[in-house]
Ligand binder design. Sequence first.
Ligand code: NJP
Length: 235
Amino acid sequence: MNDLTDKVAIVTGASRGIGRAVSLLLAMQGAKVVSVARSTDELDELAHKTNGLAIPADVADEADVQNVVDEAIRHYGHVDILVCNAGVGSFNLLENNAADEWNRIFDVNVKGTFLFCKFLVPHFKAQKSGHIVGITSDVARRTFEHGTVYGASKFAQDALLGSLRKEVRPHGIKVSTIYPGLVDTYFNESKPGNPDSEKTHLKPADVAQAVRYVLEAPAHVVVDELMLHPLTQEW
Ligand code: NJP
């Protein structure tokens, strides 16, 4: 098993939901966590709880992302793990999506993943190790009504991570993609905690456990893809 103690992990979209659960779980395993999102109050509280760093950033802003990577390396000396989790969605008939909505969703889900990988891969190559975990979606592998824009962004994020996996494996770098089904979070204006969600949704902690599982795989093993659904969800 790969021990996470003192591993330095950048987690995006950490202010709530899945990213927050990932930050808390990795910190419990002894990792040094760099939590990234735009909501500063939530990040400060998380940094306190994880005894880690909180760096406010818009994942779609190149200068912000460069700053997160520089600051994490300056503070801890290196980075071992990147969890690309920040994501947004909205669900509409194709013709009801404004072009700006396309830009917003692709900026966060695809460009955000691209920028963090772009700035960290050279660092990982130089140290001949590193693990990138992408939180995509089950809809990166299937299509659904009202999912033209969000689904297209998740297919694109999945393709980016799959291609990158092939590029970086010879350098000792792992890329794992996690495909969650419905998760009980504030995603897309949902309200977590509805009693029915016990049956219909995963919990953020379930996805965090999946992240822990892929990160703790022994050095000679890479979990390329991991899909998890609530038992009741149709596939
Ligand atoms: O969503 P939510 P989840 N720059 O809304 C951050 C995927 N997924 O935890 O900036 C930086 O609770 C935002 O922070 P803030 C989904 O596609 C979910 O459910 O402070 N950060 C917050 O921390 C996504 O990739 C479901 O507003 C930005 C976080 O992202 C991932 O799971 C199903 C940002 C979103 O937290 C986490 O989503 C599925 C920006 N520009 C896949 N914009 C599901 N929930 O059902 C947003 O298949 N964030």
